[in-house]
Design a protein around this ligand. Structure first.
Ligand code: TXA
Ligand code: MG
Length: 343
């Protein structure tokens, strides 16, 4: 049985937070909101508890989990930090940034998929922070979706995927950002971006002298290539229908979408201002063309919505790779299995 509780983001009820924390301490699973997406949490220091996460999600056991802490300094208990970590923490924590560091023995290797590094994140969401504090441990939490599905940005998504498979789901409303955290792997003098997010490369470069971007952020992994992050090799975000990204100027893309609507069984994900030019049947608006924040917070809902439509294809604009666009681009090319059509 899954208990579903509603919490107010502004002032989460202390007793309910305590009851959620008791589940974490007892080795159970609690899904909770963060500012990025919902997470499926368990005690990060308890190997058996974190194994339950993999089972509930159907997640491959070599795909490591992010551990969530209440204060940036708490990383000391679980990882070997360095100066760069504290520079990043000062600029971006609490917030949507995950930093990969060498792990300490307090974190079992089942949490890190056997790797000797651990991903650390200090979320800013008041419910997430209250839960971590009350649990008095780090909380291992991947996104609270079934493996392969789009990440959940509201409690309804979590309920659809995990009801009956976890002990508790905390409904804290919609996630503000809607895309998962930016992930950077650092050493004493190097930093590499493994997953783009709301904290952009430009923002990171204000703090880091050098930032490499993993080629897998925008490109397909080569046959047999060992990814820098295990998550890069797994199918993710894809709707059941085939998603095709259209690459071209705005007029050509709209023209292509209009003709597809006439001739094919398809849904369209479009910018708000283009909706009047298209047939409203199976049309999903994702936000204004230049409003990347709204697009970020709507994308995963839009991809889930496609599954409620009986269509064979879904067409959408290929995002730019600038700023927050890089995060949208990264999620959408994966949802589309890199299917891009020039128009
Ligand atoms: O915003 C977020 O980061 C959300 C919320 C819940 O905090 N969490 C999230 O977790 O997106 P998940 O498990 O869905 O994605 C974590 C990604 C995976 O692609 C995983 O492979 C990578 O981080 N990762 C975790 N630990 C790693 C490590 N030690 N080395 C390389 N990649 C790692
Ligand atoms: Mg995920």
């Amino acid at each position: 049985m899954t208990e579903i509780i509603k919490l107010d983001v502004g002032s989460p009820n202390k007793e309910l937070i305590e009851s959620a924390a008791r589940i974490i301490k007892a080795g159970g699973l609690v899904a909770f909101p963060t500012e990025t997406v919902y997470g499926l949490g368990a005690d990060a220091t308890d190997a058996d508890a974190s194994k339950k996460i993999y089972a509930a999600k159907g997640r491959p056991s070599d795909n490591p989990l992010i551990i969530h802490i209440a204060e940036p300094e708490d990383a000391e208990k679980y990882a070997y930090t360095n100066e760069l970590y504290y520079k990043l923490a000062k600029a971006f924590m609490p917030g949507p940034l995950t930093v990969i560091l060498p792990k300490k023995d307090t974190i079992p290797s089942s949490v890190t998929g056997g790797l000797d590094s651990v991903a650390v994140r200090c979320p800013s969401h008041p419910i997430a922070r209250a839960l971590i504090r009350a649990s008095d441990t780090a909380i291992a939490a991947p996104s609270a979706n079934l493996s392969g599905s789009p990440s959940p940005t509201c409690a309804e998504h979590v309920i659809a995927d995990l009801s009956g498979k976890v002990d508790m789901i905390i409904d804290g409303g919609s996630c503000e950002i809607g895309l998962e955290s930016t992930i950077v792997k650092i050493s004493d003098n190097s930093a590499i971006l493994l997953r783009p997010g709301m904290i952009t490369c430009d923002a990171l470069r204000c703090v880091l002298e050098r930032l490499e971007i993993s080629h897998a952020v925008t490109e397909m992994l080569a046959e047999g290539e060992r990814p820098q992050s295990p998550g890069m090799k797994y199918r993710h975000y894809a709707p059941r229908a085939q998603l095709i990204l259209l690459d071209g100027d705005s007029e050509s893309v709209i023209e292509y979408m209009r003709s597809a609507q006439k001739n094919e069984s398809c849904a369209i994900i479009c910018y708000d201002e283009d909706s009047s030019l298209l047939d409203e049947k199976d049309l999903i608006k994702i936000g204004g063309r230049d409003d990347l924040e709204t697009q970020a917070s709507t994308l995963f809902s839009a991809l889930r919505q496609c599954d409620s439509l009986s269509v064979e294809k879904v067409y959408a604009h290929l995002p730019s790779k600038e700023g927050i666009g890089l995060a949208l681009y990264n999620r959408m090319i994966r949802a589309a299995a890199h299917t891009i059509k020039k128009v």
